[in-house]
Design a binder for this molecule. Structure first.
Ligand SMILES: NC(=O)c1ccc[n+]([C@@H]2O[C@H](COP(=O)([O-])OP(=O)(O)OC[C@H]3O[C@@H](n4cnc5c(N)ncnc54)[C@H](OP(=O)(O)O)[C@@H]3O)[C@@H](O)[C@H]2O)c1
Length: 285
């Protein structure tokens, strides 16, 4: 794949570290992807679907919006983001929100509810590191404020989104609420240690999803509520940690988004409460 020159990369990252860079890269992939992309991955959910993506300014969230844009079964996309988004497609409505501000989520839900019921929602927000803090290598690196911040973004945020978004779901057909978790949040899979706060916040998210799935099933037996692992994806979040992974092991956001939608399309209400990877494999909690 041809990469934009260093100056373009620098300018794109300085305007917005994630969104513009990702769009530049995605544009280079569009022709290839359109030739291989099925007409409608989400067909099992029916037609005229309304879909909400939280974290649409992120690497994977933005790619999900792009893929959904080309889905024939999708009529409306709500692209919810921390910052204002530009260059959205025709079907998309951009809505700003902050995971740390419940009132902004209430406001976003009110905008969505005006257009009728929602059928799918995917929460693709998340936090691992910034310029000052990174994942802990050992227990002496633990800091209460940092741990609390990760829980606020990775666990509490998706739960509060569910609180205000699930009541908007159609009750009479198959629906889906999914949150992007991470394989490192699997307790039984933890053989390496480290990354205490991120692992714990994602393990707690998995429990939130499991608990929501039970309540959702009472309301609509055809509902599906799952946690998803997107693979290792080339985004701002994973950038410093891709280490020695080969190019093939690090997905583009577009590839991960497409695989995740394929996984979602293959789920049934029997799958509700589960944790699934990009390849459809169920991950044990
Ligand atoms: N990339 C990977 O290899 C990988 C692997 C496993 C799991 N995941 C999970 O996949 C999800 C998406 O990750 P990604 O790689 O796409 O990361 P990303 O590009 O950093 O996207 C994360 C998004 O979350 C948003 N966000 C953070 N705090 C927010 C807040 N307070 N309010 C609203 N939005 C907020 C960010 O917006 P701002 O930047 O504007 O704050 C950003 O758009 C995360 O849950 C991550 O844990 C990723």
């Amino acid at each position: 794949m041809v990469e934009p020159c260093a100056r373009v990369q620098h300018v794109a990252r300085s305007i917005h570290p994630n969104w513009i860079w990702r769009r530049a890269r995605a544009a280079l992939e569009t022709e290839h992807n359109q030739s291989v992309r099925p007409m409608s991955i989400l067909k099992p959910f029916g037609t005229e679907l309304s879909v909400a993506v939280f974290g649409a300014g992120g690497g994977i969230g933005g790619a999900l919006v792009d893929v959904l844009q080309s889905e024939t079964s999708v009529e409306r996309i709500y692209a919810l983001s921390h910052n204002e988004l530009e260059g959205l497609g025709k079907k998309s409505t951009g809505i700003e929100f902050d995971m740390l501000d419940e009132a902004s989520i209430v406001k976003a839900a009110a905008v969505i509810s005006k257009d009728g019921p929602l059928h799918l929602a995917i929460v693709a927000t998340g936090f691992l590191h910034n310029n000052t803090v990174g994942p802990e290598k050992r227990m002496k690196d633990l800091g209460g404020d940092n741990m609390e911040h990760l829980f606020r973004i990775n666990t509490v945020g998706p739960a509060i989104i569910a609180k205000h978004i699930l009541p908007l779901f159609a009750k009479d057909r198959q629906s889906l609420f999914a949150a992007l978790s991470a394989r490192v949040g699997s307790i039984s899979d933890n053989k390496l240690g480290g990354w205490h706060s991120y692992r714990a916040s994602k393990a707690a998210l998995n429990m939130v999803i499991r608990t929501l799935s039970i309540e959702m099933a009472y309301r609509n037996p055809r509902s599906i509520c799952v946690a998803l692992h997107p693979g290792t994806v080339d985004t701002q979040l994973s950038g410093p940690f891709q280490g020695n992974l080969s190019f093939q092991k690090v997905f583009t956001p577009d590839h991960s988004a497409t695989r995740l939608l394929e996984v979602v399309a293959g789920l049934t209400p029997k799958s509700t409460g589960g944790f699934f990877a990009w390849d459809g494999q169920q991950i044990p909690y």
